[in-house]
Design a binder for this molecule. Structure first.
Ligand code: NDP
Ligand SMILES: O=C1O[C@H](COP(=O)(O)O)[C@@H](O)[C@H](O)[C@H]1O
Length: 471
């Protein structure tokens, strides 16, 4: 994380400071930045609850403790001194008059919108009317639209008052260490860089598994489903970083240009290669409609029609109530020819390269070795790196993203064209969702997901950290 300069925001204004995301993620991220002495300015929280700043600070402390973060009173004291609070209805002009009095129109602010998505555009329009956007940036949480048309509409409304370089579209997966590091891992290492194309790679699997259900988010989730919740955004952003060409420079657009090229080369997904599942018991969750057809599991196949990846199938799967919480990218190499020097001319298994994003990020290279006890057979051997062991405690996603937003580093945020392309890619699946297959909680999803990969590598047991599951 780099230094601060005249591009750094002087004031962070958080809309939605009393919400769930702030409680679970934002306060902790701010606390960690404070501990690393990376917070330079004041923080103003905005929400509708009529509470005092003392109450807000108390809630912030509880929220940070609840995350299990080691708690240092001195650090928290410094953070608390930065906090102030403004309550009101964000749909009313009066709030922005008060905000302008508190903030002034000359300050470089970062407005971070952790709000119900229907309020993103109205808030930005109100900020514009109050003259509060001239020197400022706006970070908007997910989701950015619920389909291509709504994403375009939101974009148009934001762009009516903001330049593209003032808009930061948050996707917290882009703040995860192994995702942020993909560019360097791929292009700084000849061993990976030389393998990373259709000549050496036969197929790619990306798995995002969660070992919990929808829990208390029934009404939010039932209107969204797995495809919109994590594939259109998180997994496609990861795929772009896995598949892109090397950026030609360090600029924000250098990276985003390469990601956009990948998206443009992905044909719209084919509903014939799309499987949806719903775990048994989902419709009993509070907030879920009776007889809901919303998917809690998806598996799909994509292609990238460019010179690097043509002919390499890409399989994505994501689901809730699966056996493990694990997110990984797995590349299967092509097979070597039969080995004439072995007693049987059997062909060795493919190598696999696995990037584990969660939990315990790391990289695995799965190779084949001759079994020392029985030289006629093969054994898998693994070269594993745990990034925490090798690189130290990682910066947390929201910590990384908040800092990047405050310093104006747009590389970690999704650009307008990428968002629209990802909605285009999934559009046929939204229009023709197909049947929903029931699956048992704690299974790897419906049987139809295995059918999807028939003739290809089967879905693999994900690579788990030593000791199995961790959160
Ligand atoms: N929660 C999560 O785990 C995640 C959330 N997100 C995204 O973050 C955003 C916020 O989500 P979340 O925190 O869960 O939402 P919540 O419903 O928990 O919080 C919403 C916030 O908005 C405020 N608010 C709502 N309406 C108004 C209004 N008219 N005027 C003023 N304030 C208002 C609420 O204030 P008050 O409570 O005082 O009324 C509250 O602070 C969403 O875009 C969501 O998709 C993204 C990833 C994960
Ligand atoms: O955006 C979302 O992401 C979480 C998973 O994020 P992680 O950082 O815990 O891996 C997912 O559970 C949630 O449904 C989705 O809205």
């Amino acid at each position: 994380m780099g230094g601060r300069d005249e591009a750094t925001s002087e004031l962070l204004v958080i809309f939605g400071i009393t919400g769930d995301l702030a409680r679970k993620m934002t306060f902790r991220a701010l606390y960690r930045l404070e501990r690393r002495k990376l917070l330079g300015g004041a923080i103003l929280g905005v929400a509708s609850d009529d509470i005092t700043v003392e109450e807000l600070i108390k809630r912030a402390g509880e929220a940070i403790r609840d995350t299990g973060e080691p708690f240092d009173e001195a650090v928290f004291g410094r953070l608390g001194k930065r906090l102030s609070y403004l309550h009101g209805d964000v749909t009313e002009a009066a709030l922005y008059t008060q905000l302008a009095e508190r903030v002034g129109t000359d300050r470089r602010c970062l407005y971070y919108l952790e709000m119900p998505p229907s309020l993103f555009a109205p808030i930005v329009e109100n900020l514009g009317r109050a003259g509060l956007l001239t020197h400022s940036r706006v970070a908007v949480e997910k989701p950015f639209g619920h389909d291509l048309a709504s994403a375009r509409d939101l974009n148009t409304r934001l762009r009516a008052v903001l330049r593209e370089d003032q808009i930061l579209r948050v996707d917290h997966f882009l703040g995860k260490q192994p995702v942020a590091d993909l560019e360097c891992l791929r292009f700084a290492n000849t061993t990976l860089a030389e393998l990373w194309d259709r000549r050496s790679i036969a197929e790619i699997h990306i798995t995002m598994a969660e070992d919990f259900g929808v829990e208390d988010r029934g009404s939010f989730y039932d209107a969204v489903g797995a495809l919109r919740d994590v594939v259109q955004n998180h997994l496609l952003q990861v795929l772009a970083l896995v598949a892109m060409e090397p950026p030609v420079g360090p600029g924000d657009d250098d990276l985003n240009d390469k990601k956009a090229e990948v998206f443009r080369a992905i044909p719209a997904a084919d509903p014939a290669h799309y499987v949806r599942g719903q775990y048994r018991g989902y419709t009993d969750v509070a907030g879920v409609a009776d007889g809901s057809q919303t998917e809690t599991f998806v598996a799909l196949r994509l292609e990238i029609d460019n010179w690097r990846w043509a002919g390499v199938p890409i399989f994505l799967r994501a689901g809730k109530a699966l056996p493990e919480r694990v997110t990984e990218v797995r590349l299967f190499t092509r097979r070597v020819p039969p080995l004439a020097f072995m007693p049987h001319r059997e062909r060795a298994q493919r190598n696999q390269i696995v990037l584990r994003i969660d939990p315990d990020p790391g990289l695995r290279l799965q190779l084949v070795a001759q079994d020392d006890q029985d030289t006629r057979t093969w054994r898998d051997v693994h070269l594993d790196s745990s990034f925490a062991e090798d690189l130290g405690d990682p910066i947390r996603p929201y910590e990384r993203l908040l800092y990047a937003a405050m310093t104006g580093d747009r590389r970690l945020f999704a650009r307008e064209d990428s968002i629209e392309e990802t909605w285009r890619i999934v559009a046929p699946l939204l229009e023709h969702p197909g049947p929903i297959h029931a699956y048992q909680r704690g299974s790897w999803g419906p049987e139809a997901a295995s059918e999807l990969v028939r003739g290809h590598r089967s879905w693999q047991e994900p690579w788990l950290p030593p000791g199995g599951r961790s959160h």
